[in-house]
Design a protein around this ligand. Sequence first.
Ligand code: NAD
Length: 492
Amino acid sequence: MSASLERPFDLVIGGSETPGSRGEHAPVKNPASNADLAQVAVGHADDARHAMEVAQAAFESSWWAPDDGGRRAKALGKLAGILETRLEEFARLETLNMGKTIKEARGEIGFVVRTLEYVAGLADKIEGETISVPGARLDYTVREPLGVTVHIAPWNYPLLLAIRGVAPALAAGNAAVLKPASLTPLSAIAFGRLAKEAGIPDGILNIVVGSGTEVGESLVTDPRCRSVSFTGSGEVGHRIAELAAQRTIPATLELGGKSPVVVFPDADLDRAARGIAFGIFGNAGQMCWAGSRLLVHASVHDALVERVAKHAAATRLGPGIEAESEMGPLVSPDHLAKVAGYVESARSEGGKVVTGGARVADAPLAAGNFYRPTVVDGAPATAKAVREEIFGPVLMVHSFESTDEAIRLANGTDFGLFAAVWTKDLATAHTTAKRLDAGMVCVNEAPVTFPQTPFGGFKGSGLGFEQGSEVVRAYTRRKNVVINLAVPKPKA
Ligand code: NAD
């Protein structure tokens, strides 16, 4: 089941593949079996420095930054086209490395294609303003690329979350250095290999793999790094913010969540149950914006929990690469242990496990990191599993009696990434969306996002936004120019 990939996955620096300064390789695993999948170059601090140097040189000397955006748009559009023709190959790679189902992987790679197309359309629309000022003066602003931008990605949507930062940075004329997560670097490396074919100058897109503390911090602290986009845990996000503050560079932080799904008594319970199951069991629950806390009106609590539990119990677990699998494994044995630990803590703190609550211990899935879709009811608000992000297929259920109580529970967390509302009443939908302390709200739908809509969180969930039409400008700096137009008086 774990087709091992023969060709090693090397770093991509300056348009060339390199095993890195020390020539080391390490295996990455297939989480469906924990068998070795591929050999990946291990980068170190000197590789990070080399990538930054090469990126800076490409930024200064290639046509990429000075272009008006038209040629960049063509190259990014071409990159989208190449990726689209190879979508199946990339989807398989993502599935084998990360574990998600092949259907989910196709959706992820399709989203990357759309992101590239979308930002390609923005590349030649980076405009300044003219500003009215006193006297005989002309004042205008220009948007310039920043220089070398650094992008640090997590393992749950390896290519999507990397490219949603890299693509707008490239569209704005920057040179990018990407560090994918060490567990799941394959799709990013394969993507880096496509840049040349798309006509992107060597050195404008570089991929360096390695540990976060060594390679990640070397990239962020490099004097050539002009901005960092980070998606990952709050703990590392805070470290990145500290490093960025010391260097006075902007940082976009997309961090964790503990997102509420509020279900009112008038909701279509069958649709809601499907959406809730999708929102917490999709990608095996390894989603920053997973709807991980179900807040349901007491009058429909039993009916809804029964429906969601049925979906959970009926979910077919299996290797993502097999077409009939509906949920793949968790990304690693460590992560499996962490998720299982949260469920045990919920049990010991008074939660009732309605369904799931165990890893799959039977052959052939026992060799992989499979954890059953789990519903836990009635754990107190103070329980660790209610307060902290589990990042697995575990739904915590609570009931409420009034709208005020639902809002208080929904907002009573350090996070503020996403929230969902299920109701047929228009006024309830709008007023609840307004009162929810979350960067994104979906009404009567499972979590859904598009390259053209902003994606970002409030409170502990992050700083800044990805996606949407403003994102390309976030990778530019704004310069004001004032010109004195006074004509010197002729000498008498
Ligand atoms: P992580 O924070 O452990 O790692 C993320 C990346 O940071 C990896 O590439 C890692 O190597 C790197 N890194 C680690 N330490 C570093 C350091 N000191 N300096 C620089 N880089 C460093 O996160 P993860 O476990 O890969 O991902 C899971 C987390 O990501 C969850 O908390 C999840 O909610 C969050 N996430 C957020 C979003 C969002 O859009 N808000 C999306 C997906 C995942």
